[in-house]
Write a new protein. Structure first.
Length: 408
C-alpha cells in the first residue's frame, strides 16, 4: 500500500467509480421504468388483465432488490466489475427474449426473470462500491451515482414510447437490448472494489489518523443481530411497496382519465428528471443536516404527495405531482445505502446492504401487483393509493426508531 507521503492523482479514481455506478443505475432502473410504455401493448397483445401485466414488472423489480442478498456477498468477494457486467448481459438477454414471446408467461420468464436477475446483479454491487470510496462526501457521491436512476427514468420511457410507435414493441425491446449490452457492459468494467486496493484512501485524502477511534465494521452476522438492521430493512420494504405503484401504473392511470399514452410516458420522464435534482439536493443537504433525519422527512412528504395523486386527474395536476414526487423520490436512493454504511461500516457492506434490501424486493413485488388487483376488483386506484400512503407512514415510523449515529 502506498505510504502517507504518496501524492494522489489529480483525478481521484473514486469519481470514475461514481460515473460507472451512474451508468449502472441508469440502465438497471431505466429499463425497469420503461416497462410503463410497454404495458398497454402487452395487455392488448396477450389479452391480459392489468394485475397479470403488472406482475411482469413486479417480478423484475422484486428480483432487483431481493438478489442483493446474493450479489452483495459476491461483490465483496469477487469485486463489482465482473458481477455488474454479467448483470448487463442478463438484462440484454431478458429484453431480447421478451421480444420473441408468444405467450404472457414467456414475458414473465424473459423480462421478469432475465431483467430482474440482471438488475439484481448490478444495483447492490455498484452502490456498495461507491460507499467504500467516500466517507466525508458519501452523501454527495451516492447522490451523483444514483442520479443515473433519474436519468434512466427521464430518457428510457419516452425513448421506449417512440420506438414502440415507430417500430412496434418487439423491435423496441430488441433495440434496447443492444444498447444495454454494449454501453452498459463496457461501463461496468471501470468499477473497482475499494480505494485501498489501488493504494488510495477514501475521499482521495491522506491516510486516516491512527489515533482516531475506529469506525463501525460489522459483519453480516453481527448486523443481523441488531434492531437497527431490521428497522432499516422494514423501512425499505414499505417505501418500495409504495413508490413503484405510480411507476408501473401511471400510463394506464392517465388512459383511464382520458389522456393518451404519450402523456403517461412524459409524466414518468418528469418524475425521472425531478429525481435528478432530488438526488443531488438531498445528498448534499443530508451530509450537513443528518442523513437519517433527512430521510424521515422524505418519507413523510412522499406520503402527502401520494395522497395528492388521488385528486390529480388532469395533465396539469399530474405534472405538479410528478415534479414534487420525483424530487422527493430522489432522496431515498442515495440516503438509505449511506445510512446503512454509517451504521454498520463498509468492510462487509455489500453483504449487509444486499440482505437488507431483500425486503425492498418484497415491497416492489407486492405493491404494483396489489394495486393492479385492487383496480381489477373496484375499477379504481383509490384503495391502492391509500395502501401506498399507509406504507410510507409505516416506513417513517421505522426510521424514527433507528438510533442516529455519526458517519464512520
Amino acid at each position: 500500500m502506498a505510504s502517507g507521503t504518496h501524492t494522489p492523482p489529480r483525478l481521484f479514481y473514486g469519481w470514475i467509480v461514481v460515473a460507472a455506478a451512474f451508468v449502472g443505475t441508469f440502465f438497471a432502473f431505466g429499463i425497469a421504468y420503461s416497462f410503463g410504455p410497454f404495458f398497454p401493448a402487452i395487455e392488448t397483445e396477450f389479452q391480459a388483465s392489468r394485475s397479470d401485466v403488472a406482475l411482469v414488472s413486479a417480478i423484475a423489480g422484486a428480483l432487483l432488490f431481493a438478489l442483493g442478498a446474493v450479489s452483495g456477498p459476491l461483490a465483496d468477494r469477487l469485486g463489482p466489475a465482473a458481477l455488474a457486467a454479467t448483470g448487463m448481459a442478463l438484462v440484454a438477454a431478458g429484453l431480447a427474449g421478451a421480444a420473441k414471446a408468444t405467450a404472457l408467461w414467456h414475458v414473465y420468464l424473459a423480462y421478469g426473470l432475465g431483467v430482474g436477475v440482471g438488475t439484481g446483479f448490478i444495483y447492490i454491487p455498484v452502490i456498495s462500491a461507491v460507499q467504500r470510496w467516500f466517507v466525508l462526501r458519501r452523501g454527495l457521491a451516492s447522490g451523483l451515482a444514483v442520479m443515473g436512476i433519474g436519468a434512466g427514468a427521464l430518457v428510457t420511457p419516452p425513448a421506449a414510447n417512440w420506438l414502440i410507435e415507430h417500430h412496434g414493441w418487439r423491435d423496441a425491446m430488441t433495440l434496447l437490448a443492444v444498447v444495454v449490452a454494449v454501453v452498459g457492459g463496457l461501463a461496468m468494467l471501470a468499477l473497482r472494489h475499494s480505494p485501498e486496493k489501488r493504494g488510495l484512501y477514501p475521499d482521495g485524502g491522506p491516510p486516516p489518523d491512527a489515533s482516531a477511534p475506529p469506525g463501525p465494521a460489522a459483519t453480516l452476522r453481527e448486523a443481523l443481530r441488531t434492531r437497527d438492521f431490521w428497522l432499516l430493512g422494514a423501512a425499505g420494504l414499505f417505501i418500495s411497496f409504495s413508490l413503484f405503484v405510480p411507476m408501473v401504473h401511471m400510463v394506464p392511470y392517465v388512459l383511464d382519465h382520458g389522456m393518451d399514452e404519450a402523456i403517461g410516458a412524459w409524466l414518468l420522464s418528469l418524475i425521472g428528471v425531478s429525481s435528478l435534482a432530488g438526488r443531488f439536493l438531498f445528498g448534499v443537504v443530508a451530509d450537513r443536516l443528518g442523513r437519517l433525519r433527512t430521510l424521515i422527512g422524505v418519507y413523510l412528504a412522499l406520503a402527502v404527495m401520494m395522497a395528492f395523486w388521488y385528486v390529480a386527474r388532469d395533465a396539469w395536476t399530474l405534472t405538479f405531482f410528478a415534479i414534487i414526487f420525483g424530487t422527493l423520490y430522489g432522496g431515498f436512493a442515495p440516503l438509505m445505502p449511506a445510512i446503512i454504511a454509517d451504521v454498520f461500516g463498509v468492510r462487509h457492506l455489500g453483504s449487509i446492504l444486499g440482505v437488507n434490501y431483500s425486503g425492498a424486493g418484497l415491497g416492489v413485488l407486492t405493491g404494483p401487483t396489489l394495486a393492479g388487483f385492487l383496480f381489477d376488483l373496484t375499477g379504481s386506484y383509490a384503495l391502492a393509493i391509500v395502501a401506498a400512503v399507509v406504507g410510507l407512514l409505516a416506513g417513517a415510523a421505522c426510521l424514527l426508531a433507528v438510533r442516529p449515529r455519526q458517519p464512520g
